[in-house]
Design a protein around this ligand. Structure first.
Ligand code: PLP
Length: 386
């Protein structure tokens, strides 16, 4: 049953192609993850429009499923969730020196602080608003992305302690992020955990006592219990994509996004016919091909040409030749009786025959990129039972 319909101003007519978002599956995945983690508090990450699944709907569903925290990358994403009615603990972690932080401070959004400069900016915003800003401190334990470098950490902790004492900020958490959580046994995992333990020690010495310490994403939460601390930040697993490619977690995660389209042309071609640009595929025998009205402008990777498969009439049908800007061609087989208007499942659940993980493998990318891109460019239809 469809009870919602969310347009993202897609250029594609939703009758022709859309992303169906199964929020029951999303909530079920979260419940299974919670059980697997023995009811450890979780932060459900809904950045990038909920990995392409719709941030507002996913945020609401995550709270329904008991998520104590939500996480997004940018303050803009966080403020939008507040505008949509979310009022619970909500963390953001990526912004620039010119980003306007007052709306986030005012909305009681937890802002991650990576440097002394950011701390003083936020303290000044808090003073202007006559509020205490909620901040979390991030230490770079080895990803070399964001977070305070280890040699700046003790100073940042001391400055944070001073800002706490003046009432400018409250430090609600300390956290870091792993580089290779999806590669169990990778040597960086032990090194980053040791660096995180050191950082927590420094913070304690500085007199900080944050409510939550957190390090693990989906892959680490599932495969590395020592990295769980007080909170697991769960993204990809909630969307039903196995976080460690090629290794089943055993948690029965159900893909949440199904991308459906339809055939807009069907024709017979003879042996020797070239298909799509450059004739990068040539039929070695007579066959029937179908045209799917989605292309790389809609998030279909160009690298899916001659590699990924879709499902038509319950059969897996390979993409033939190059993916174009707006369309691609599939091989329906010589005996095909499929007609214009018939449904194409681009990817969906195991029962559909092709998943986003299959697409990721065929396109030499990760499932995250498949769903985040395609989902963000198609109209989303929300599916919920009951
Ligand atoms: C995206 C993200 C997560 C979630 O990672 P998954 O691998 O999708 O579980 C957690 N923490 C941070 C900082 C992130 O950017």
């Amino acid at each position: 049953m469809i009870d919602g319909y969310q347009s993202c101003r897609s250029r594609v007519d939703p009758a022709t192609a859309s992303a169906i978002i199964d929020l029951d599956a999303f909530e079920c995945n979260i419940a299974r993850l919670r059980a697997h983690l023995n009811e450890l508090p979780i932060m459900v990450v809904v950045k990038a429009d909920g990995y392409g699944h719709g941030a507002v709907d996913c945020a609401r569903a995550a709270r329904n499923a008991g998520a104590e925290w939500l996480g997004v990358a940018t303050p803009v994403e966080a403020v939008r969730l507040r505008e949509a009615g979310d009022s619970g603990p909500l963390l953001c972690w990526l912004y620039g020196p010119e980003t306007e932080l007052a709306p986030a401070v005012d909305a009681d959004i937890d802002i991650t602080v990576h440097s002394a400069e950011q701390l003083s900016t936020i303290a000044a915003v808090a003073a202007t608003l006559e509020k205490t800003a909620r901040v979390q401190l991030k230490i770079d334990t080895g990803l070399s992305r964001n977070g305070a470098p280890a040699d700046r950490w003790p100073e940042l902790c001391l400055l944070a302690r001073e800002a706490v004492d003046t009432g400018a900020v409250t430090v609600t958490g300390i956290w870091s992020h792993l580089a290779a959580a999806d590669q169990p046994g990778h040597p960086s995992l032990a090194a980053q955990q040791a660096a995180f333990a050191d950082a927590l020690q420094h913070a304690e010495t500085a007199g900080l006592s944050p409510a939550v310490r957190h390090l693990a994403n989906s892959a680490a939460a599932i495969t590395l219990p020592s990295a769980r601390y007080d909170l697991a930040r769960l993204g990809i697993a909630c969307y039903g994509i196995e976080p460690v490619a090629g290794i089943a977690s055993g948690i029965a995660l159900e893909p949440v996004m199904t991308v459906r389209s339809q055939l807009v042309a069907v024709k017979k071609i003879t042996a020797g016919s070239g298909v799509s640009y450059e004739h990068a595929w040539i039929a070695d025998s007579d066959t029937v091909v179908g045209l799917v009205p989605l292309g790389y402008a809609d998030g279909i990777p160009w690298s899916a040409g001659n590699s990924a498969e879709v499902t038509v009439g319950g059969r897996r049908c390979p993409i033939r030749g190059r993916v174009c800007m707006d369309q691609f061609v599939v091989d329906l087989g010589p005996e095909a009786v499929d007609a214009v208007g018939d449904e194409v499942i681009v990817f969906g659940t195991d029962a559909d025959g092709v998943t986003a993980s299959d697409w990721a493998e065929a396109c030499a990318t990760i499932g995250y990129e498949i769903v985040a891109r395609i989902g963000s460019l198609l109209t989303k239809r929300i599916h919920r039972s009951g």
